[in-house]
Design a binder for this molecule. Sequence first.
Ligand code: F6P
Length: 351
Amino acid sequence: MRIGICTGGGDCPGLNAAIRAIVKSIKKRTNIELIGIINSFKGLQENPPQFVTLELNDVTDIYFKGGTILGTYNKSSLEEASYKSYLKLIKRGYELLKLDGILAIGGEGTQNIAKSLSEMGINIIGIPKTIDNDLPETDRTIGFATCVDLVSEAIIRLQSTAESHDRIMLLEVMGRDSGFIALHGGLAGGAHIILIPEIPVDYESVCERILARKKIGRNYTVIVVSEGVKIPKKPEDQTSSVSAVIAHELSKRLNMDTRVTVLGHLQRGGTPIPEDRILATKLGVFASLLVEKKDFGKFIAVDGSHFRTVDYKDLKRKVRRKISLDDFTITTAESIGICLGRKIPSGKMPR
Ligand code: F6P
């Protein structure tokens, strides 16, 4: 067989660990030919298709390397007409390269395309990847743990400068419309307030939390803000970041000094931490075993400490997973006094 591997969407630490595991496990067990497709499905769309062959010596030194040796492509959504022709060009590339299947490592956008290609009869196996951890069906995605590690480290650094200056420090993190990065990173880093898209911001509750800290002599507060958070009356000019708008509102209401740090693409860079290296390696081997069994048309979902497969035909299109408000991480945060930007009815802790 001849199998293509592609990495799609936003890059993240762990992608190369997954590629390495696929090449090592397939080459050690079979004589399947492996093709690395350049820049995600875009490499198949090109004529001639852009690819590299992948042998064991191509993956010897990439385990700890951030990013992806195959390159990636984070396309904005295409309108229907061009989406259909985009798919046809990918299928043409697949046939020109005489591929028997593709391993697609990617997030919601990549898996949506993979689902369409699977419906067109192309053999696909999907591996979950995104720092956002917002893919439906799966508890975890490659890149999330390393991002949370970086966010928590950033919060710890902000604590010391906030305390030295009696300031409110706001740290804006990625995650699109889901708050997994903010909630897990904030909990791990000891943030005092965590604002996520799943809970609309109530400025009163935020100010109450900051003033309660001041009352016990804590004249500083660290707030983690998810980039997709919902705030009352966003200003006309969309240029300023959402955390800058919140900072302005808080300094007005509390007459306190505020500073904003937008972590940006630092959350996508660097070496994968051990948790992501292990997850990526296990997912790579699991996908390789599916290839050997020619068990295509499946997306691999992490279910606690196990993996299961979800047929692409059952994978919901264009759905991003959000934090459910009865998630125990929400209960945990509020139970230890972290404000999530909302009032908790007195005496009623979330269950
Ligand atoms: O989906 C991953 C992600 O990092 C989001 O959290 C972020 O909003 C987006 O990608 C940034 O996209 P780009 O790298 O194209 O700017």
